[in-house]
Design a protein around this ligand. Structure first.
Ligand code: 5GP
Length: 144
């Protein structure tokens, strides 16, 4: 998908927003949703999206919605930091398939980094069961 493709309302994250697909939620407002990545690259890998912006990538969102989104990214990353005590936190965002984007609804990855642990490869891991994700999500939620 090129950088200029129109927004596809049938993408996976749009289905999650509409409740047509499940997710392990961390934080939700009228505009923002944070949830666990189902193919985590590390323990606590999560995603933050704007629910209403209908943005395929960073270039499609207006400044005020982006400000709201990045504020939520920092809030959730703070929960990851306090709840999971990683050694570092990586924030990643991909635009366009050639850059590595696989879901075409703008999102930020929050990826905790633990010293000595190898990070899983982007888009190349196995799915985590909800039972595995839930206790990690609970630790993040409790720290938000
Ligand atoms: P991208 O490659 O577009 O930057 O990131 C998409 C992310 O969404 C990947 O890290 C992938 O693991 C995650 N993902 C793909 N499908 C699903 C899903 O159905 N549920 C959840 N929670 N995450 C997903």
């Amino acid at each position: 998908m090129s950088l200029n493709e129109p927004y596809d309302p049938d993408n996976i994250f749009a289905k999650i927003v509409r409740g047509e697909m499940g997710c392990v939620k961390l934080f939700e407002t009228d505009d923002i949703l944070a949830f666990m990545d189902v193919f985590p690259q590390s323990k606590g890998h999560c995603l933050v999206i704007h629910k209403k912006a209908e943005a395929t990538n960073l270039f499609d969102i207006d400044d005020s919605a982006l400000a709201e989104l990045i504020g939520a990214v920092r809030k959730v990353a703070g929960g990851v930091k306090a709840g999971l005590k990683p050694d570092g936190v990586r924030i990643v965002q991909f635009n366009g398939a050639p850059a590595g984007q696989t879901v075409f609804h703008l999102h930020f990855h929050i990826i905790p980094i633990y010293e000595g642990e190898t990070l899983g490869r982007h888009g190349d891991g196995g799915p985590a069961a909800a039972e595995t994700l839930e206790p990690v999500a609970a630790a993040i939620r409790a720290a938000l």
